[in-house]
Design a protein around this ligand. Structure first.
Ligand code: NAP
Length: 256
């Protein structure tokens, strides 16, 4: 497919609220053509406006070929902060094609007064910390894809919340809640109490949609294990918000 040379063709690597909001913000801008790419992990994704494509590109080279073949002029990597492989591929494809790349990353969370947070460097590290705690009632909100990392833990009981059912190895003592955020503080409060949760495990995803669990944990005195996010690949420009990404797109260095 060849691109209309008069238009800026933005490829948004999606899967987040920010990716959807960016597509919405550009929807009525006639000088922009927008394609959002989704990995295809969620069975019934909430689709953004504009064009969409679903499924992997086939690594860095596949993404570079897609960018060139579809006349993409700008790439915004608005994937989840923990989608490390995709961000790495985007950086590689940006270098191969010379197409400007921006990483749109909402800020991470920070502990406040009353929070009892411990940081883990990775899911594996979090699993090691849980193993040392032994038995307990764990609310695991790190997503279904990494569940195999906790599968060897036989002592704790896990409450897992995910959009789609887990596939692959899971811990033996497990209850699954199929739910999609945003979640409210009263609901999170009730959930922690009903399941007598004594530790919450979360990625440092940032954003407001899933933050109420942190406030509920603080109120209930429940400790939180926070998995630190991977770094954005070296040399990639970063924006903390949709508004900042829009400014980057409109900037003199980036308009054609
Ligand atoms: P990942 O490990 O970084 O990526 C693995 C592979 O999936 C990539 O190499 C790529 O395949 C494909 N892929 C990932 N994101 C894609 C996208 N937006 N469009 C097309 N292909 C994509 O990714 P992940 O952590 O599994 O996350 C997958 C998707 O879920 C992402 O879009 C992310 O925004 C969303 N998400 C992730 C998390 C999380 O905690 N990781 C949480 C919420 C939402 P090819 O190499 O074949 O191109």
């Amino acid at each position: 497919m060849s691109a209309d040379p008069a238009r800026t063709h933005v490829l948004i690597l999606g899967g987040t609220t920010e990716a959807r909001r960016l597509a919405q913000a550009l929807e009525h801008e006639p000088s922009y053509r927008v394609t959002t790419s989704l990995a295809g992990r969620v069975a019934a994704p909430v689709l953004p406006p504009g064009e969409t494509r679903i499924g992997g590109f086939g690594g860095t080279a596949g993404l570079a070929a897609w960018i060139t073949g579809h006349g993409v002029t700008h790439v915004v990597d608005a994937t989840h902060p923990f989608a490390e492989r995709m961000s790495f591929n985007a950086a590689g494809a940006g270098a191969l094609t010379g197409v400007p790349l921006l990483a749109l990353r909402r800020p991470g969370w920070s502990p406040g007064p009353g929070d009892a947070w411990t940081f883990a460097e990775s899911l594996e590290d979090a699993a090691g910390l849980l193993a040392r705690r032994g038995a307990g009632r764990v609310f695991l909100t790190t997503g279904r894809m990494g569940l195999h990392t906790f599968a060897h833990l036989t002592e704790p009981w896990f409450l897992v919340r995910s959009v789609d059912p887990p596939a692959g190895p899971v811990p033996p003592r497990l209850e699954v809640l199929l739910e999609r955020g945003p979640f409210t503080l009263p609901d999170e409060r009730e959930l922690l109490a009903r399941h007598r949760i004594d530790v919450l495990v979360t990625k440092d995803s940032g954003g407001s949609a899933t933050a109420p669990k942190l406030a509920a944990a603080r109120e209930a005195g429940v400790p939180v294990l926070v998995v630190r996010r991977p770094a954005v690949p070296a040399g990639v420009a970063e924006a903390p918000s949709v508004e900042a990404a829009l400014r980057w797109l409109a900037g003199p260095d980036h308009r054609r």
